[in-house]
Ligand binder design. Sequence first.
Ligand code: NAD
Ligand code: TYD
Length: 387
Amino acid sequence: MRSDHNDKIAGNGLGSILVTGGAGFIGSNFVLDWLAAGGGPVVNLDKLTYAGNPENLASVQHSPAYTFVHGDICDAELVAKLLQEHKPRAIVHFAAESHVDRSIVGPEAFLRTNIDGTFILLQAARAYYGTLEGSQRESFRFLHVSTDEVYGTLTPEAPAFHEDTPYAPNSPYAASKASSDHLVRAWVHTYGLPAIITNCSNNYGPYQFPEKLIPLMIANALQGKALPVYGDGQQIRDWLYVGDHASALRVVLQSGRVGETYNVGGGNQRSNLEVVTTLCELLDELVPESKFKPHVQLVKYVTDRPGHDRRYAIDARKLEGELGWHAEESFETGLRKTVEWYLANAAWVESVTSGAYQQWVKQNYGGRGGEDAAEERTTIAAGEGSR
Ligand code: NAD
Ligand code: TYD
């Protein structure tokens, strides 16, 4: 572990930030973006669950501006020690269990990390904030990275989620994130902790673990495996390229108002079936030699997710109007970049999906009728009936 002194040298005088869960999908994109933008030193506390991959940050691992700490946010002693040692000017809290399907199979880990972990972090941040004085105290921020899933589900015509939409979480994952948001809110109001919450829509982009829709479909299609669409595939998500989420967090950290919530989203509502068919078309074009073309023939409707939220949509006008943030990628440009990244990084996919991941695939898709690979190919073309 490096010292505060080194942090100051590496960051040209800028104080460090403590990031939790920085080896995961959004965290690692944020850290790379932050360091590239000259934001100052980063201390990354990550437990390295199945979703955390230090390889995501291989390009900065030897940088004097980057410190990795392998540990759990539920370890109060470790968190307090890190805060004392590095004296960060902000905490950016990503660490979480993040996959809805896993939360349905095993909610315990979600309650532990997302609720208990956030509580422990808030208590440590509060104690640390109490020791700060002057400009350090003035500028300290706790940025809690959350999700639009806390707002529940929308009917097709309902207006998009805004910051005052009542919380109505439907999955164990969403409930655990909603709980953590409420804790953060209470720590602001009761203890005066200078925290801000962001609630973002579905992200996609490089380094996303292939259990989530977009990277799973890319990985399966490349291997000629079934593309398991839950239910009728007409559920709608509002997609944001991960680099745009990283830039939103930078802006909020810099100029967001303490105690506020900011919704983050790119205004890209698409049904799951549209997403999957667009991915198939991109793969047809980018992998013309594929023997699985047209990839859309791999689509297979499988048993729906229990309690599946029908539609998410984010109204990001507060963030755009107040802080001047705008998403740079359209869904089309972002998705093409993403597919190109996965094509160029097959070794990364291979390394993160070996071992325990295979068990997850069996567990999640075995009972749904979507576990088959190319050999069985009981496919239903997109648009035909569903269950
Ligand atoms: P992820 O699952 O890819 O990464 C989570 C990271 O947290 C991993 O590196 C993991 O090792 C680490 N971690 C888990 N438990 C930990 C613990 N107890 N202590 C320390 N580290 C721990 O998740 P993600 O998709 O990058 O999401 C990051 C955050 O953004 C989460 O809080 C999530 O709720 C939120 N979010 C995600 C999305 C999305 O589309 N992925 C959208 C909005 C908000
Ligand atoms: P996911 O990436 O798990 O994100 P979230 O559940 O947090 O929105 O899923 C995105 C959508 O894709 C969601 O409606 C569930 C659906 N989905 C499938 O149809 N098949 C799959 O194999 C997966 C993983 C998701």
